[in-house]
Design a protein around this ligand. Structure first.
Ligand code: NHF
Length: 476
């Protein structure tokens, strides 16, 4: 059989540009797919912030007609370090300069342009490189117009997979973007199905037009399906199921993995003392001493939170739980940045209790040190499509205490390699913290738990095979 060719695309991709979990996935999934023999290439925008750091070679320029303008798109490329994965970055001064182009309509315009540019770039790959992907793998709303544009504008019949990493972000905004895409009235009419009818739901259109739709855990796939009635995405999912045969209509759940070349305490240059399963007790002790010294904390059981400060992440639940455990004699370390309102409430609790320390900037280095030096990581998310931090923490011997939702539920075995509690409930979180502390006192049982967590396999190997199977089904 011929080698399967896949083009993967999204708004971000480490190491070039990373804002959240998708950035990690865009780096580690292609690597894993390439390792199992898939000919994979990736494409993301060449933002100015990337340019400042990476000076890449320009291959060529193509033109794209957007509205009444003819825009030039520079094509740059680079191999992902130590891999065979070719990354392409598309440059355009007007639309792809900044990763954050202002208000919602501007963002929709920006990514409609990127999606059109990617579709023309696919033609370029076929013509100049004689490389036509068998499947195009789109991720989140930022690339969700590609299935539609390919079909209706560029007339390329290539199967598309749309992976939803977070249903909260749907790209809802003015239908005016259809003019920029030069959609004929007839074509555009069909897209006026949003609520209100003057708006387009970009993710929704992707859900309807993609060949298959997936998300990043089985539980989240079920949660999306059960939410159906209340969610604005419900009608799009319904239409999709009506129009396709039953199997193709359903959302597939494939759990993300993590890249152990990056996330492993045995090779981590950023931590104080490298360690592995054989010497973790000494390793964690040294890292904990170093971390607590850096932050001016006493030697006590140490809980941490690492993540974006967004409503999804449930910091309100954590803050309420902190008040409930004020007599527990523990440390809590909170690292992350985001909503000013959430940051302010985190600062307030850190002022109230000297055993709560917070850093309100995202520091990759401190994150590594926190994973290595904490005893427990608290993940109080209200929902979590997959979650990567529980997987990372476990490899570093840090036990997760997480909400029983989405990918957290699918990756943590309650009482075995971590703890789960009822989402949204600070009283339950307090009880679970108590449970965790009492487990810590029973040395042998706790040792077993840490070792089980460190040994749990979250490498991409299994999931890469599932994606391969899905791609193959799509081209059959
Ligand atoms: O892990 C990458 C990430 C997920 O749960 C995470 C999320 C955003 O919310 O798939 O995307």
């Amino acid at each position: 059989m011929q080698q399967l060719k896949v083009l993967i695309t999204g708004y971000e991709g480490a190491p070039f540009y990373k804002k959240g979990g998708l950035g990690d996935v865009m780096e580690s999934l292609p690597k894993a797919l390439s390792n199992i023999g898939i000919d994979i290439r990736a494409v993301i925008p060449y933002y100015d912030s990337i340019k400042k750091q990476y000076h890449l070679n320009k291959e060529r320029e193509i033109t794209v007609v957007f509205g009444s303008e003819t825009e030039h798109v520079g094509i740059y490329s680079s191999l992902l370090p130590d891999t065979k994965v070719l990354f392409y970055l598309l440059e355009n001064r007007k639309y792809l300069f900044s990763s954050n182009a202002g208000g919602k309509n501007k963002r929709i315009e920006q990514f409609a342009f990127f999606n059109l540019a990617v579709s023309h770039f696919v033609r370029y790959l076929s013509e100049y490189h004689k490389w036509t992907p068998d499947v195009i793998h789109c991720n989140d709303w930022h690339t969700a117009l590609i299935p539609l544009i390919l079909k209706q504008k560029v007339k390329l019949e290539i199967p598309t997979l749309l992976t939803i990493h977070n249903l909260l972000y749907q790209g809802v905004g003015s239908l005016k973007v259809l003019d920029l895409l030069n959609m004929k009235d007839e074509e555009a009419k069909e897209l006026k199905r949003g609520k209100p009818a003057t708006e387009i739901n970009v993710l929704g259109e992707g859900i309807i037009h993609a060949t298959r739709v997936s998300t990043v855990s089985e539980s989240y796939a079920k949660e999306i399906a059960n939410d159906y009635d209340q969610s604005p995405i419900g009608p799009f999912l319904q239409k999709r199921e009506e129009e396709s045969n039953k199997k193709d209509g359903k959302i597939v759940g494939i759990l993300n993995g993590i890249d152990y070349d990056i996330w492993s305490p045995a090779v981590d240059e950023l931590i104080f003392h490298k360690f592995d399963i054989n010497n973790w007790e000494v390793g964690k002790k040294d890292n904990k001493d170093d971390l607590l010294k850096c932050l001016g904390l006493e030697n006590r059981p140490t809980f941490c939170f690492v993540g974006r400060m967004a409503a999804q992440k449930g910091l309100d639940v954590l803050i309420k739980a902190i008040n409930r455990i004020s007599n527990f004699n523990v440390n809590v370390i909170i690292l992350g940045a985001g909503s000013p309102k959430i940051q302010a409430s985190v600062l307030k609790i850190a002022k109230k209790y000297p055993w709560v320390k917070t850093e309100l900037i995202y520091s990759e280095e401190l994150a590594h040190k926190i994973y290595a030096g904490s005893d427990f990581i608290i993940i109080p998310s209200r929902y979590e499509p997959c979650g990567l931090i529980q997987m990372i923490a476990m490899r570093y011997g840090t036990i997760p205490i997480a909400s029983d939702t989405g990918g957290l539920k699918d990756s943590i075995l309650n009482g075995k390699n971590g703890f789960l509690f009822k989402k949204g409930q600070s009283a339950r979180l307090k009880k679970t913290i108590e449970r965790a502390l009492s487990r810590m006192k029973g040395r042998d049982k706790f040792k077993k738990m840490v070792e089980r967590a460190m040994k749990t396999d979250f490498s991409w190997d299994k999931s890469a095979v599932l994606y391969k199977k899905l791609y193959e089904e799509m081209i059959r």
